[in-house]
Ligand binder design. Structure first.
Ligand SMILES: [Zn+2]
Length: 247
């Protein structure tokens, strides 16, 4: 791996690159003008990219966080509540509710071609074809990759220009739904046909885990919910593109 510049030389290199790349490259692709916050290695150094001028670009913080989120080098647990996301630039509906409350059905009925649908379950099924959350149980590493991909999609909503966004999330407590709305904007739609009906549907689908999931949702709905403590986007690949653990 290339030698990393340190001290004064590193600061000067960063300042020079910020002058060369004053605007976010990802935002520019959709004709949006955003000031660079981070110098990003296009191919991350941890993946063999070089620390040369032809491998760097400027990115704003949300774009950089979204890119880092998809790079998968992050060994840390993905954030369930990514506090770096910015408000959606298109009309957005946050569809919340317990298991089997009809969230997916509602969105497929009301969304149009070209809309952005963000749904953890369908991301997991894409990452691992055949996977069924309520029958297969929780696969932590699959879930982690799926949350990362979901967060990247949420992070990109601030640059979306076409259609509407539909974000499917369980969000049992009112405070959590409000948190998502504060982050993304748009409106919250709570689907809840009642505990008994949700359980009946879950049982009819032959997924006892989902029946239990309805009870768990009800319990969480009554429990206090606090937003996650704000933390910097930390990763095995740091903000400057170098592996954090390479000291
Ligand atoms: Zn950007």
């Amino acid at each position: 791996m290339a030698e990393r510049l340190r001290g004064r030389a590193a600061v000067e290199q960063r300042e020079r690159r910020l002058r060369q790349h004053p605007l976010c490259a990802h935002c520019a692709k959709v004709d949006k003008i955003t000031v660079t916050a981070e110098i990003d290695h296009i191919t991350p150094l941890a993946f063999g990219g070089t620390d040369t001028d032809d491998n760097v670009q400027g990115l704003c913080l949300p774009c950089h966080a979204a890119k880092t989120a998809t790079e998968g080098a992050n060994k840390q647990a993905a954030a369930n509540h990514p506090d770096w996301i910015r408000p959606s630039a298109i009309p957005t509906t946050i569809v919340a509710g317990p298991p089997c409350s009809g969230k997916t059905t509602y969105v497929s009925k009301h969304s149009r071609p070209g809309d952005t649908v963000i749904d953890l379950d369908s991301i997991m099924m894409k990452l691992q074809p055949g996977y069924r959350h309520w029958s297969d149980g929780l696969h932590q590493s699959l879930l982690n990759s799926a949350i990362r991909a979901r967060n990247a999609m949420l992070g990109n909503l601030c640059r979306e220009t076409k259609g509407q966004a539909w974000f499917i999330v369980s969000a049992p407590s009112e405070a959590e739904r409000r948190w998502w709305q504060t982050k993304l904007g748009g409106e919250v739609l709570l689907l809840h046909p009642g505990v008994d009906e949700c359980k009946r549907r879950a049982a009819a689908r032959g997924t006892p885990r989902a029946v239990a999931g309805v009870d768990a949702w009800e319990k969480s709905a009554l429990a206090p919910w606090r937003p996650p403590a704000s933390r910097a986007v930390r990763a095995a690949v740091g903000l400057d593109g170098w592996p954090v653990d390479a000291s």
